[in-house]
Ligand binder design. Sequence first.
Ligand code: F0G
Length: 346
Amino acid sequence: MGVIDRFSALLPLTAATPRLCLGEGSTPLVALPRLGERLGIELWGKLEGCNPSGSFKDRGMVLAVAKALEEGCRGLICASTGNTSASAAAYAAAAGVRCFVLLPAGHVALGKLAQALMYGAVVIAARGNFDRALELARRAADERGLAIVNSVNKYRLIGQRSAAWEICEALGRAPDWHALPVGNAGNISAYWAGYEEFRGLGRISKSPRMMGFQAEGAAPLVTGLPCPEPETVATAIRIGSPVSAGLARAAVSESEGEFNSVTDGEILEAQRLLASVGGVFAEPASCAPLAGLCKLKKQGRLPEGILAVMTLTGNGLKDPDTAMSQVGRPIEIDDDLEDLFRVLEQ
Ligand code: F0G
């Protein structure tokens, strides 16, 4: 069952909305006891990399594409740091509509590029950053009658609320803190809306503090200043002027949460920690929250014993280059038992 069927009662569907589904949503919420112990908290990870295109984008994309089909669209367009384009391309393929994706040239992880091309989208690498590509995509959508499936499309964020609903259903409550990476700032806004909606329905009694983590080189919500030249190893969140900045600021202030930044070094260290101590391989951007929790712990600002959920937004396999740049190479041996024993004894 996908997001549309599982949450049909909470989504703006009509009888004419196609029941599009690639098996998105219902992702595992896993306890991370070894990491939690180090941080002195009860830590859970929402494994959004388990979605069909390998990131959380599928939750909102399925609804955005279904509604675009319902409205008779001629084609889809988006700008993307990689995951939105992979997701849009996948659902466009499944739905049989054309898809154009604009990517910041040279700054998209290899796996995401492979996905968009393999799903059959028209892939356009624009020289410039994501913020500029999004402006172009919005103009083109307006002038050429294409459906824009970035998070400026309201259905994207409505579909993304489903992750917060799943967490409440799995835990029987909301977490004390919810930590997630922030780029274009849609996801943190969608989670907050999802929690608040469940609180309004009496399904939870309290919403969590929303803790948003940005990369230091692309942290406009932390500094409060525009960031014209965003730069970070976490290319998914290499964004200087977030479209949903206003919604995200409201989410953080209403929930008494905060925005914070982490360095690229801290992000990569957290990526290795999550994989080697947690058993979860997530892409660099997804590791900003763990980096942030570690930083707050060092500063003595992480309350003991709280229940915290991190959204692990994208699969680590999407960015093999960044992963391989940090780890060693395999130990090569001849196909010989003695050689193998020598390694086992090392
Ligand atoms: N994590 C990953 C893996 C992402 O791909 C993104 C955004 C974010 C976090 C941040 O989410 O933008 O809602 O604050 N990726 C977009 C894209 C921008 O084009 O794929 P956000």
